[in-house]
Design a protein around this ligand. Sequence first.
Ligand code: UDP
Length: 237
Amino acid sequence: MKPKYKRVLLKLSGESLAGNLKHGIDFDTVLKICEPIKKCVDAGVEVAIVVGGGNFWRGRSSGEMDRTRADHMGMLATAINALGVADALEQLDVVVRVQTAISMHQVAEPYIRNKAIRHLEKGRVVIFGCGTGNPFFSTDTAAALRAAEMEADIIMKATMVDGVYDSDPKTNPNAKKYDTVSYHEVLNKDLAVMDSTAASLCKDNNIPILVFSIDDPENIYKAVCGENIGTVVNSED
Ligand code: UDP
């Protein structure tokens, strides 16, 4: 299997890093996710990663808290995950740089677009922490933004479901999975792929999104090779 893409933006949800723990980081799970990432790098693919933070904290689920402060906490949670993924990749001898959208100089590089691209060109994995650096956004929006800035070929959204359905497969046994679906449909039917801000950004900048299951981490490599897994979201032809 040969890679189809040269530069990809991989979105890892916080949930995917928790494994069976459901909360926090299960390092064995993170290592398993990082093995196919190493395979991609060894095959010459440039890999940028945006990590979520839902395994620790989600701003929108914070109840009575001030939303902005709750979102600041969520962004810090993504920084913890970024460091965890970086450590796992380094244990597998992959060269990694973490860049954060909120400055924390002692811990990680600040986000600098050109520097990130330089890292990618040198075959280093770049992990983006702290989302967009702004409250009221999500790490899906950060993935769309960084993919546009990095001029990535595709966003690979690794999730807990194996693609995009016309209704929730957990509650509707007749839910149908799409092989491909347009941004327009995702937005109009409010399909649960990503939030509308992230989907709009992808639509406006024509960035395809592949949604696939992380249950089998090897899917990451299959996705990079253009195998028919999951659902592709793109513009209508
Ligand atoms: N967040 C934010 N701005 C961003 C990205 C994330 O404020 O640009 C905060 C927000 O509170 C969010 C949390 O960080 O709930 C964790 O991100 P997300 O929910 O996207 O993580 P995931 O669901 O992918 O694990």
